[in-house]
Design a protein around this ligand. Structure first.
Ligand SMILES: Cc1cc2nc3c(=O)[nH]c(=O)nc-3n(C[C@H](O)[C@H](O)[C@H](O)COP(=O)(O)OP(=O)(O)OC[C@H]3O[C@@H](n4cnc5c(N)ncnc54)[C@H](O)[C@@H]3O)c2cc1C
Length: 477
C-alpha cells in the first residue's frame, strides 16, 4: 500500500545548512532565581525535581508541554520496562497476558523516587505493580501518571512552569540563565545549577558541550514510533486465537502469518515484520508499539514533521488490519495516539565518562555509581526490520557513574535521562523510563548539594552524593 499523496508531499523540505539570517537583539522578562532549575518534565525531570527538593533547596521545573510525563504521557510509551535483574532463568508464562514471558525471577535494581511514584500511582488505581506475573514490566494509566507527578511535586514544594520551551542557556558568574519561549514572550530563569532533562540534551548542546548522535559507522539513530491505544479490545477473543496458533504470538509480539497475508493483499506496508502490543491496566485496551519510521532525527523539526505524517499513515493501516483480520479486535478502534511521535535516540552528551555497551553487557561496577540498570541492550533497527536484544548475565546489573551526568565543557549544568554520556549500544539500555528516573534523581541530588555548598557539581565529593541518594532510598548496590 502506498502512502496517501498528502503524506509524501505535504511537508517543508529542510533548508540548506548555510541559509542563515541575523535576528535583532531582544529583551526577556526575568522570572526569578532558583537553586536548582530542572528543564524537561519527563521521567528524568520528575526524578530530578523530587530528588533535589528532598534536600530542602528551592526547585523549579519547566516543561514545554501543558502537562508532565515526557514520553510516558506525551508519546504514550507504555509500560515501564522491567528494572529487575534476572536471578533465575525464565520458565515461560501465559502468552495471552500481553506482557513479556521471557523474564526470570529477579530483584529491583532501581529504588528511590521510582517507587514513590509507583506507590502513589497504585493508591490511585493507575498501575499494575511489577511481579513475575507482569514479566516485571509496569502497565500504567498515563492520565493518572500525570496526576501522580503533579501531586508529588506539589507536596515536595517544587515550582512548576508549563508551556515554556527552553531555547538557550547563558553562563552567569555564579550559575546559569536559561531562556524560555512561550505565549508570554521570552522569559529567563536564573539558577545556581541547571539539570538538562530534555531527553535531547538541548541545553547541554546550547552550552557548547560536545555530543554524539547515532551509530559510529553511519550516525543513524534508532527509529521513531508513534504509539497508540486500541480500545474496545476483546481479550478473550484474542486469547482464543493465541491458543489455536501458539506459534504466532510470543507474550507481546507476533501475528507473522496474518501480517504476511495482509501485506500480500496490499493492505499493509510496514517496516516491522510483526506487531508489538502490551496490556494496560484495563482489560479492554492495548498499547500498540508497532509503527516504525527510519532515517529521521528527533532534533530536526523537518524530520519530525515527516515522521509524524508517515507514522500516522502506518497507524491507520495497523488499526484497519487489527479490526479486519485479528480475532478480538473486531470492534476495536484507535482511541488516541501520542501527542507526538516517540523519539528513542538523539544527542548523547559527552561527559567525564562514556558508558559503553561493553560496560552494560559485562555488568561493570564503578566507585562513583549513582544509579543502576539491568535492562537489556535493545536496538530497534535504524534501517528497517528487526530488533537486537542482548541480555546481561544472570543476576547482574550495571552501574552508571556520576561522571556520565557531567557534560564536558560546562560548569553549572548536569544532564539526566536518555541524553547522558554513553555510546549507541549502552544508550539502548539506559534510555528506558525507570533508569531515566534514577539518573534524574541522582542529577537532582547532585545539583542541590552543589547549590547548597556553593560549588560546581564536579567539585562535590561523590560520597556526599551517594550518602544523600541512599537516604532517599536510591538503589546503588
Ligand atoms: C516508541 C518508544 C517506545 C519505548 N518503550 C519503552 C518502554 O516500553 N518502557 C520504557 O520504560 N521506556 C521505553 N522507551 C524509552 C523511554 O520512553 C524514554 O527513553 C524515556 O522517556 C526518557 O526519559 P527522559 O525523561 O530522559 O526523556 P523524555 O521522556 O523524552 O522527557 C523529556 C521531557 O522534556 C521536555 N522537553 C524537551 N525539550 C524541551 C525544551 N527544549 N524545553 C522544555 N522542555 C523540553 C519534553 O516535552 C519531555 O516532557 C520507549 C521510547 C520510545 C520512543
Amino acid at each position: 500500500m502506498t502512502l496517501s499523496p498528502y503524506v509524501s508531499t505535504a511537508y517543508l523540505s529542510p533548508p540548506p545548512q548555510d541559509e542563515l539570517v541575523e535576528l535583532p537583539p531582544r529583551r526577556a522578562r526575568r522570572a526569578g532565581r532558583t537553586n536548582v532549575l530542572v528543564v524537561g518534565g519527563g521521567p528524568a525531570g520528575i526524578g530530578a525535581a523530587l530528588g533535589a527538593a528532598a534536600t530542602g533547596v528551592r526547585v523549579t521545573l519547566v516543561e514545554r508541554y501543558g502537562f508532565l510525563g515526557g514520553n510516558a504521557t506525551a508519546a504514550l510509551v507504555m509500560p515501564l520496562t522491567s528494572f529487575h535483574n534476572e536471578i533465575k532463568q525464565a520458565v515461560g508464562g501465559d502468552d495471552t497476558r500481553l506482557l513479556p514471558t521471557d523474564h526470570g525471577e529477579g530483584e529491583p535494581v532501581v529504588g528511590g523516587v521510582l517507587w514513590t511514584m509507583l506507590d502513589r500511582l497504585h493508591q490511585m488505581g493507575g498501575v499494575i505493580k511489577p511481579s513475575p506475573d507482569t514479566g516485571y514490566t509496569v502497565p500504567f494509566d498515563p492520565e493518572l501518571f500525570k496526576l501522580t507527578a503533579y501531586e508529588l511535586l506539589a507536596e515536595a514544594g517544587v515550582h512548576m512552569l508549563l508551556h515554556s520551551f527552553a531555547s538557550d542557556v547563558i553562563d552567569l558568574p555564579d550559575g546559569a540563565r536559561v531562556v524560555f519561549e512561550g505565549k508570554s514572550g521570552p522569559i529567563v530563569i536564573d539558577a545556581d545549577v541547571v539539570v538538562d532533562c530534555t531527553g535531547d540534551g538541548d541545553l547541554a548542546a546550547a552550552a557548547g558541550a560536545p555530543y554524539e548522535i547515532g551509530r559510529p559507522e553511519d550516525g543513524l539513530t534508532q527509529p521513531m514510533t508513534l504509539m497508540f491505544r486500541m480500545g474496545r479490545f476483546n481479550h478473550e477473543g484474542f486469547n482464543g486465537y493465541v491458543r489455536e496458533h501458539p506459534d504466532q504470538w510470543r507474550g507481546v509480539y507476533g501475528l507473522w502469518d496474518l501480517i504476511r497475508e495482509a501485506t500480500e493483499a496490499g493492505e499493509l506496508d510496514l517496516t516491522r515484520e510483526d506487531l508489538l502490543f502490551f496490556a494496560t491496566p484495563y482489560d479492554d485496551e492495548v498499547a500498540v508499539n508497532s509503527t516504525r519510521v527510519t532515517g529521521v532525527l528527533g532534533t530536526s523539526v523537518f524530520d519530525l514533521t515527516r515522521a509524524e505524517l508517515v507514522a500516522h499513515e502506518q497507524m491507520a493501516q495497523i488499526a484497519r488490519f487489527l479490526r479486519r483480520r485479528v480475532p478480538g479486535f473486531e470492534q476495536s478502534y484507535a482511541i488516541q495516539s501520542g501527542v507526538q511521535v516517540g523519539v528513542r535516540e538523539t544527542r548523547r552528551i559527552q561527559g567525564e565518562y562514556t558508558l559503553t555497551g561493553d560496560d552494560v553487557l559485562t555488568a561493570r561496577k564503578f566507585d562513583d555509581v549513582i544509579a543502576r540498570g539491568a535492562y537489556p541492550v535493545d536496538i530497534h533497527n535504524p534501517t528497517g526490520r528487526g530488533t537486537v536484544l542482548k541480555r546481561l548475565p544472570q543476576g547482574a546489573s550495571y552501574d552508571i557513574p556520576l561522571r556520565c551526568l557531567l557534560p564536558r565543557g560546562t560548569d553549572r549544568l548536569l544532564v539526566a535521562g536518555r541524553a547522558i554520556s554513553g555510546d549507541h549500544v549502552a544508550h539502548s539500555s539506559y534510555r528506558v523510563m525507570p533508569i531515566s528516573m534514577a539518573t534524574g534523581q541522582a542529577a537532582g541530588v547532585t545539583a542541590a548539594l552543589a547549590s547548597r555548598d556553593g560549588k560546581p557539581p564536579r567539585d562535590l565529593s561523590v560520597e556526599t552524593v551517594q550518602r544523600e541518594l541512599r537516604n532517599q532510598r536510591a538503589s546503588l548496590a
